[in-house]
Design a protein around this ligand. Sequence first.
Ligand code: SAH
Length: 429
Amino acid sequence: MIAFPSLNAAADLVEKLERERMLSRGEFKSLLAGRTLPGLTARLFERARAARRAVYGDAVYLRGLIEFTNYCRKDCFYCGIRKSNARAERYRLSREQILACCAQGRALGFRTFVLQGGEDPYFNDRRLADIIGAVRAAHPDCALTLSLGERSRASYQTLFDAGADRYLLRHESAAPGHYRSLHPAGHSLRNRMRCLSDLRDIGYQVGCGFMVGSPGQTDDCLIDDLFFIKDLQPQMVGIGPFIPHKDTPFAGEQPGGAPLTVFLLGILRLMDPALLLPATTALGTIHPQGREAGLRAGANVLMPNLSPVAVRKKYMLYDDKICTGDEAAECRACLERRVNAVGLAVVVSRGDCAGFLRAAPASACSPASEPAPIPGPVVRRQDQFFSVPIPAFNPIPELSPAFEPIPAFVPAPISESPLTAKITELPHA
Ligand code: SAH
């Protein structure tokens, strides 16, 4: 049984986390138990921002998300595009449509594209390698991230060789019992972890992550997630609140909360100051200022939608997803205002993880406009961090003349979700 900590005891845990980059299970339990203590979030977020600033300055990186297929062979209980959802209107973008999204994105200042989709067998290695090659040829100065679910090691290798740089595969829950309760039989946590380890070994910058407040999740499950992340040492961690989708088995479940999500963002930032941490669309859906709160808690990435507006509403992972009606340029302008409002700056950059050096052909990943990688031996990032202090390195992009100016945009009104009506105040930092 965990005692509810005093503010001093909880603040000491924040300090220890900052110093040692990890806590014991019992200490994490106390910290999570004390998360509503007045003043604790302010302390945590202040330290998290300092940790982020030491590595990334005030930079916020944008990723243009292209949701290119909502066909999926998986049947995750929480997800609106699960195969059993007969009401989902299925679509696939063509190679040309994907390339058009990238071209538009590049003109808007994006230097990373994320190709995300359900697990759609139509997109076999041959088709995907062709698309990846075409994006890479058209935009050699941009990074390409894939988020296509579980595949074989050989497939991940083929896609990496075709030019993909990064891969996002949320582990969803590192607690085996909880993972099983979120997925039908045949969906395997062991395989998902195998995928993450293969991706890392191949040389991708890897992202894992989980939903906050998914049905049945306890603080112990969250601590399992934190320990798993500590072991994997990913370059990115995507977390966002669970939000029910009306046509799934979890339709009647409670959504996850923005306050716990941002608290965990603060913890993750202190665990690894070099992490790429998105303030997710789900966080912006559950609370009108959710993404700003995420940035104030230590996040440094935003992933606006670049998919054609005609298909946006069809990629409904959860109800009331925001930004499904806005043109890419509107989203871009809206995000820039939000980022500036919290004292940070959107930068035109690939936004690679600080310290990550790709082992494969350097020409594909180090365009001249990027800040120099951290000097030192060519080792994988997971070898450089955690065990050694973060090197003195200041890749603050706006100080570097090598960065291009951000194109100007016509301001657009901020659109809010009906879900947000239910939301109360977020803790302020
Ligand atoms: N098929 C890919 C992409 C999945 S969708 C893959 O397997 O990685 C991207 C993420 O959206 C999922 O990993 C999941 O964490 C999140 N997601 C799905 N349904 C959700 C819901 N109802 N609420 C919040 N997030 C959800």
